[in-house]
Design a protein around this ligand. Sequence first.
Ligand SMILES: O=C(O)CCC(=O)C(=O)O
Ligand SMILES: [Fe+2]
Length: 348
Amino acid sequence: MPCTAHAKGTMVRERPRHGDPKVTATITTHHATDSADDIAATFRRDGAAIIANLVSAETMDALTADLPFDDKTKVGNEFIGGSDNRSLGAVLHANPQICETLLLNELVLEVADRILRPEKPMAASSTPVRRDKGRVVTSDDGCYQVVSVDAPPEEGPYCHHYRVGASVSLQARDGGVVQILHREMAIYEPFVEHGPGARDLIFNVMWAGADFTAENGATRVVPGSHRWPAERLCNESEVAQAVMPKGSVLFWHCRALHGLAASTSAARRTGIFHSFVVNWLAQEENQYVAFPPEDAARLSVRARQLLGYRSSGNCGWVKGRDSDDLLADGLSGPLELKKRRKAVDAAA
Ligand SMILES: O=C(O)CCC(=O)C(=O)O
Ligand SMILES: [Fe+2]
């Protein structure tokens, strides 16, 4: 969901409509009974994967029925295909049921856990990724210090936990134009390592709130492009479309080229998008404003954790608060956690 291309005014005004009939690339579709390992393997290979019919069409209808799309939500929509399309920010707040039903979907979390490798995974079946925390040593003349451990990135966790990066509903409408192909990592690219082979820092999730068809704007994704060097250009023939029934979910890689397709259909394509981002990168959409604490307090603790009301021992702590639930009293932060450990040890 990087809007920097729009903000910098690099938009191409006369963009072609999508419609090259020679599209051969495809996105692999999994079933809800497939294992998270298999889905993650597809994702790593192709930079995208679909799980068909992960929730029922009725569930999706209930979740999208009252989303307040109106003419105000067309403002500033050049990035997503012009003012015929609509986008609605803070969609998790617009319907908090989406948090409990979609955001907490166990299979999605199992896949996200495999891709973002957190020390604190979200799915019940996932294994925490252990971190070598560094050694405390004293030099020969008594200088007391911490020495970091240099572990290869693929062996360690990528984050302590992950949380929502942005939550947006995107509605493609007849008359919109094709969105520029882009990579979600673009927003962080000037500041962090990002080439092919870099760690995954964002995991992108698009729920089909309506049938996604070739005509109504199903997301375009370029399989394999997450492994391309930045200068490699994409041809139309390499673009696939995420054609999937309502209730399905599409994942795309933080370095995979993708974008909303132009719609030529009266059937509106409503998508519910959210990303997960590693806890140490700023959230793209500020969830503490988009989903204020008094409203978040009504959600389950796990949903609050995913919104970002959680800290690691070192990042995001608030003294006097519980690191796993920042809206509750408790201990947070490295010194408090150390005190707690001492107290537990003394009682043992
Ligand atoms: O709605 C879509 O299909 C994709 C939207 C997207 O990639 C974005 O806005 O960043
Ligand atoms: Fe995007």
